[in-house]
Design a protein around this ligand. Structure first.
Ligand code: VGL
Ligand code: ZN
Length: 210
């Protein structure tokens, strides 16, 4: 499928941060392989926004915040099931920083998320309570954006939730499949694609963007 970028398109780059890259605290296998393709894609888009996972120390999504719990266990929280993670993307730490290999100098906005201690936020649009908004939808609307292309980490968590919420917000939404990498815990990747397909998220490849 050939995709020709327009001025009402926006490339949304999700969580390309050191803690999600090889050597990081919640490393996603092959996460580093998508940086150069995303740099190349970025040059094709007038509009680029990045999300940044940005947790306070002691965040509720960290296994270390729950006595006796281990990373990748699932617990029940007031807003639903929560996968517990190794500590990651703690505000102001090097692991929360963007890879220095990213070359997207025309990025217009960075949306931080996950900064409330007792709620996680995979989605760039809203927190896991499904009520607290990040402001991204309002920004995109004010900018006249109609189509969103999403790339980054991780396919089965932040990319998935962001893409599903983007469709719900009325944007024509594409996930650039080969410009994402997954964590894949407990069948999460297969479930993510089921959820994205059911929501009407479209899948494209980086090579489709011409
Ligand atoms: C993410 C797990 C925890 C992601 C963020 O960026 O997909 N995954 N926090
Ligand atoms: Zn996180």
């Amino acid at each position: 499928m050939a995709f020709t970028p327009r001025s009402d398109d926006l490339l949304l780059v999700v969580d390309l941060q050191y803690d999600f890259l090889p050597g990081g605290r919640l490393a996603v296998a092959g996460g580093d392989e998508i940086i150069i393709p995303i740099n190349r894609l970025g040059r094709r888009f007038e509009n680029v926004v990045m999300t940044q996972d940005w947790h306070p120390a002691g965040h509720i999504s960290f296994a270390s915040s729950h006595s006796g719990a281990n990373p990748f266990e699932v617990i029940e929280l007031p807003y639903g099931p929560q996968v517990l993670w190794p500590d990651h993307c703690v505000q102001g730490t090097p692991g929360a920083g963007f890879s220095a290999d990213i070359e997207l100098p025309h990025t217009q906005l960075v949306i931080r998320k996950g900064y409330h201690e007792v709620v996680d936020s995979y989605s760039g649009f809203q927190e896991a309570d499904r009520k607290t908004r990040t402001g991204l939808e309002g920004y995109l609307r004010e900018r006249g954006i109609r189509r969103l292309l999403i790339a980054g980490l991780a396919t089965d968590f932040c990319v998935n939730w962001t893409a599903v919420d983007a469709v719900a917000a009325g944007f024509e939404t594409y996930v650039i499949e080969d410009a994402c990498r997954a964590i894949d815990t407990g069948g999460s990747l297969a479930k993510a694609w089921r959820d994205m397909n059911a929501a009407g998220v479209q899948r494209i490849l980086a090579g489709d963007v011409a």
